[in-house]
Ligand binder design. Sequence first.
Ligand code: SF4
Ligand code: SF4
Length: 112
Amino acid sequence: MKFGKMLRDALRSLFRKPVTVEYLTKPGRMVPVSERFRGRLTYDRDACIGCLLCVRVCPSGVIASTEDMKVAFNISRCILCGQCAEICPKEAIKLSTQFEIITGNKNGLILK
Ligand code: SF4
Ligand code: SF4
C-alpha cells in the first residue's frame, strides 16, 4: 500500500464510528446479542420425556442418557449447532444468549 493512501485512510478513520463494540457496555453489563444468538444450552429436566432424540442427533457426543431416563450434557464439547434444541419434541433444550462459557470448575460444564 502506498504511503499517501495509508495516511488518507488513517485520517479518515479518525472521524468514523468504530466498527467493533466494547465487550462491557457498562461495568458488569455485557454487550447485547441477537435473540437468535446460539449461546450456552439450557435444559428443562421436568419437560424432558427421555426420548433420547437429542442424543442421536448431537454430532459431538455431548449428550448422554442418565439412569433416571433423562439426559446430561457435557457442555465443554458442545459446538452450539442447535440440532438438539431443534429436534426436541418438548422444547426442553434451548440455546441461550449467554456466550461466556469458560469456567475454572469442570463440574460447571456438566448440565443435568
Ligand atoms: S448444540 Fe449441537 S453440539 Fe451442542 S449438545 Fe446440541 S446437538 Fe450437541
Ligand atoms: S430430545 Fe428433548 S425430550 Fe427427548 S431426551 Fe432430549 S431433551 Fe429429553
